[in-house]
Design a protein around this ligand. Structure first.
Ligand code: WQD
Length: 337
């Protein structure tokens, strides 16, 4: 049984990916420093799959701890989620983001190089494209100057991986996520935003739950059909399954180059107002919202061309946006307010 390290495995996307890895028969070990996740997620994963992954509470910025981990654990593949990911926060504290997101990545890659660990999946983001010139966004779209240090760490991260794979004949796949939403059907794992949610869906569900007074829709003067910004919202379970498909591609040596990257979305764009309406219909909850000013750094529209991921990863989304919104609402209702 292949042993897969999942860094950030107690996080939102990480925990859903751990469940899918275990469902596929992989032996999973997690590194997580709990800076943006909760320890009870470990037991929640066990409740779903029956297997509690080993957890190492390590800070990947501490090289000695990373070396010790790899000295004591034989790893066949790595899925690297561990990173800070709040766009706004990254503007306030850029050095924290470069130290953590790039520093941690370098420590992991050094172990891959030194121990010839060959299968690496990197958690990237459609943020690397900025506001793309053409929609839907293909993998050929140019990488634009990052609008935030967070986005820049994803761009730099990919460059560091490309150079490392080339120099050491290693193989990696970068998955460029669009907007992950929803929760596991069992409602045992889901998104756990700490403090005021930055992202749209948790803010919507907390407003519907009465935790937040009112949703502010950031701008209705974009050049889109209803004036509100468009994104590609993908169910987190579909996104998790894309990681399994990418990992299998590397293990089976089906990759065509040392470094491949794929856009992971549904291929469908939805505006903020469309999401609000879809949420109200899917959950029979009336949402209290107002139109507010645009949010600094937001782009007007982004949604994926999924042709490459569909064909090369033999993966496609299976869940609808309604199912994703319903699962997010079911998850919210389970949370203590
Ligand atoms: C979606 C839309 C907002 C909140 C970011 C990162 C991306 C990924 C996902 C990490 C936008 C609008 C939001 C609110 C609103 N993060 N909105 N009111 O900004 O597309 O992507 O999060 O991997 O890398 O860039 O996601 O959910 O913040 O916003 O109107 O209270 O909802 O303006 O149009 P975003 P988001």
């Amino acid at each position: 049984m292949k042993k897969i390290l999942v860094t950030g495995g107690l996080g939102f996307i990480g925990s859903h990916t751990v469940v899918e890895l275990q469902n596929e028969g992989f032996d999973v070990v997690i590194i997580d420093n709990l800076s943006n996740s909760k320890i009870e997620v470990l037991d929640n994963i066990k409740e779903i799959t029956g297997t509690k992954p080993d957890l190492f509470q390590i800070d990947l910025r501490v090289k000695k701890d990373v070396v010790d981990f790899f000295s004591n654990n034989t790893i066949d593949g790595i899925i690297h989620f561990a990173a800070f990911k709040a766009v706004g926060e990254s503007v306030q504290n850029p050095l924290d983001y470069y130290e953590n997101n790039i520093g941690s990545l370098v420590h992991i890659l050094q172990e891959m190089r030194d121990r010839n660990i060959d299968n690496f999946i990197f958690s990237s983001s459609c943020t690397v494209y900025g506001q793309a010139d053409e929609l839907p966004i293909t993998e050929n779209a140019p990488i634009k100057h990052a609008l935030s240090p967070y986005g820049n760490t994803k761009q730099i991260g990919e460059e560091v991986i490309i150079d490392t794979c080339k120099a050491n004949n290693l193989n990696a796949i970068s998955l460029r996520y669009f907007n992950p939403i929803g929760a596991h059907d069992t409602t045992k794992i889901g998104e756990l935003p700490i403090g005021i949610p930055q992202n749209l869906i948790p803010y919507i569900t907390q407003t519907a739950a009465g935790i937040r007074e009112q949703l502010s829709i950031f701008g209705n003067d974009y050049n889109t059909p209803d004036g509100t910004a468009i994104r590609d919202y993908i169910h987190v379970v579909d996104l998790a399954k894309a990681h399994i498909a990418a990992l299998k591609r590397l293990i089976q040596k089906e990759n065509k180059t040392n470094f491949e990257f794929f856009n992971v979305g549904t291929g469908k764009g939805s505006s903020v107002l469309e999401i609000v309406k879809a949420f109200e219909v899917a959950t029979n909850q009336k949402l209290n919202y107002k139109i507010a000013d645009r949010r600094e750094g937001d782009i007007a529209a982004a949604y994926a061309d999924t042709t490459l991921a569909n064909s090369e990863l033999k993966w496609k989304t299976e869940k609808t946006i309604e199912q994703a919104l319903q699962s997010a609402w079911k998850w919210q209702k389970k949370q203590k307010s």
